[in-house]
Design a protein around this ligand. Structure first.
Ligand SMILES: Nc1ncnc2c1ncn2[C@@H]1O[C@H](COP(=O)(O)OP(=O)(O)OP(=O)(O)O)[C@@H](O)[C@H]1O
Ligand SMILES: [Mg+2]
Length: 357
């Protein structure tokens, strides 16, 4: 395979458009969306997009991300609510089915030239170069292209259009890492507005300044980058865990207090109870240790995430790979420690019950 591998590719083309949109790009109010009687996506949900917003729409499979993107695009009917597009908003939509919309008989350059923009051949070749089509490559017919190559052509088409508002549904599917980095650079330079659905954490980290997700049939917004969002989530989780732990302790204390009077202090504890008590003490100490280690592991992951979010890193592919490998290692360590912690919590609970037995 003659795959192009060039780590030095830099996007030196400005993806410009001639018409700037108004400040308000889209306003959705009280939107409800269901498919039939059983599949509910949104209920009375509102959202607002302003010029310059670079939104990553994230969430598990089937949550309704693609549906929401089509709602934003106005191509998906809704049951209730309104959506209002702002002044001078020019949209361009990218989804996997766009690959099938490419004219298979066209050559790549021709396909771009027909995209309705008034760019010169030089400019188009420049854009195609950014997407790794060089020299004679631009005369390849669409029908011979691989899935990844077709994706790159369709993305180039989306980006050269005069659109000032891009809607991208999983644009990094089929792309290798180099192309993902190129797309990240292109979107960082893009001066318009976009919403992109993605599961690709590296991509989301690289491009988004806001995070959207659907929770309890409602559209939620986190007004920050993905790294900040993840740190925020980790904090919420930690607080929840701490609250749980506090509750457990409190419950155990109360249980001990209320059950104590029933058993006179002088009553001798059974050897089993004494052993359980000793084991409990030991486990509690272990739990304290692992909690400390867990906090450190979390912190290390967050710091590495922040490091990976630095666009400067993309210029150095070798180092980025190293840092990503390190991140994977830290995450694995965090997972192992979390599992250990969960096990210990369970054991402590059980021993607590036995000592009170
Ligand atoms: N036209 C349709 N008719 C009926 N159900 C649909 C239709 N389109 C989507 N759905 C259902 O709505 C839910 C949300 O689908 P959607 O494609 O929006 O999810 P998604 O978040 O994009 O998922 P993924 O991450 O897998 O792409 C799914 O349960 C899906 O099966
Ligand atoms: Mg989808």
């Amino acid at each position: 395979m003659d795959e192009v591998v060039d780590d030095t590719v830099e996007v030196n083309f400005k993806f410009r458009f001639s018409v700037k949109s108004g400040r308000d790009v889209l306003e959705m109010e009280h939107v409800s969306k269901s498919y039939g009687d059983h599949i509910h996506i949104l209920k009375n949900s509102s959202g607002r997009i302003e010029r310059g917003d670079k939104i990553a729409l994230i969430g598990a499979n089937g949550k309704g991300k693609s549906t929401l993107l089509r709602i934003i695009d106005s191509s998906e009917p809704i049951q209730t609510g309104t959506r209002r597009s702002g002044h001078n908003v020019i949209k361009s939509f990218f989804a996997q089915h766009q690959l099938e919309a490419l004219n298979v008989e066209n050559e790549i350059l021709q396909e771009l030239a027909q995209a309705g923009s008034d760019k010169t051949e030089m400019e188009l070749r420049n854009v195609l170069g950014c997407f790794l089509f060089r020299d004679e490559d631009v005369f390849k017919k669409i029908k011979v292209l691989s899935g990844g190559e077709k994706s790159r052509v369709a993305l180039a088409k989306t980006l050269i259009s005069e659109a000032n508002f891009l809607l991208l549904d999983e644009p990094t599917n089929h792309l290798d890492m180099q192309s993902v980095n190129i797309l990240i650079q292109a979107l960082q330079q893009y001066e318009g507005t976009f919403v992109t659905v993605s599961h690709d954490r590296q991509f989301i980290r690289g491009v988004a300044n806001k995070i959207w997700y659907i929770e309890d049939l409602e559209l939620k917004e986190y007004p920050g980058t993905y790294a900040e969002f993840e740190a925020f989530q980790a904090k919420v989780q930690a607080e929840k865990a701490a609250e749980e732990a506090g509750k457990n302790q409190e419950a155990a204390k109360q249980k001990a207090e209320t059950s104590a009077p029933k058993k006179p202090r002088s009553e001798k504890q059974s050897p089993e109870q004494a052993a359980a008590k000793k084991a409990l003490k030991q486990k509690q100490r272990q739990l304290e240790e692992i909690e400390k280690a867990l906090m450190l592991a979390e912190k290390r992951c967050q710091e590495q995430e922040a490091l990976l979010a630095d666009p400067a890193l993309y210029a150095d592919a070798a180092r980025m790979q190293q840092e990503q490998a390190l991140y994977a290692q830290y995450q694995e360590d965090l997972n192992v420690k979390t599992t250990q912690w969960e096990q210990l919590v369970e054991e402590v609970d059980q021993l607590t019950a036995e000592t009170e037995g």
